[in-house]
Design a protein. Structure first.
Length: 146
């Protein structure tokens, strides 16, 4: 980033306290690119949620260095809050009441602890979700609905 601004790396720390805060600021800017239009679109909430998550992860995949800091980075700006609110709205539309009950767990603890908790939630979901009778088509590099 300093190179892009034609400045020394140390010059960036006039504006941010540390690398984590710098990553959060960069992530906040990138989150402005997340396609949140599915949040208010018609259609199945799961498909719309997948489209938003696809957009978000595509942005992270485009910035691998930043993606690595994602689990420990805590952005708090408007783009991040819009993403969080959009995801919560889609989950609510799907009747996923646990999300409100788990608010404290979702926002507490250190980044690695939240990530491990998220992994456990996914694993539990995987073990409780029946497999489809026919294999689903492989995920293409194109976002859903493209």
């Amino acid at each position: 980033m300093a190179q892009e601004l034609d400045a020394g790396a140390a010059s960036l720390y006039v504006y941010v306290r540390n690398t984590a805060e710098l990553h959060a600021a960069i992530l906040e800017q990138l989150l402005r690119q997340v396609d949140l239009s599915p949040v208010t679109a018609a259609g199945d909430w799961r498909d719309r949620l997948i489209t938003v998550l696809w957009s978000y992860t595509s942005i992270l995949f485009g910035q691998p260095g930043l993606a690595q800091s994602g689990p420990t980075t805590r952005p708090s700006g408007p783009a991040y809050l819009s993403l969080a609110e959009g995801l919560l709205a889609l989950l609510s539309a799907g009747g996923v009441p646990q999300i409100a009950a788990l608010g404290a767990e979702l926002m507490s603890g250190a980044g690695p602890d939240r990530l491990i908790w998220g992994f456990r939630v996914m694993i539990s979901g995987i073990t409780q979700t029946p497999r489809p009778e026919e294999p689903e088509p492989r995920v293409s590099p194109e976002p859903p609905g493209a």
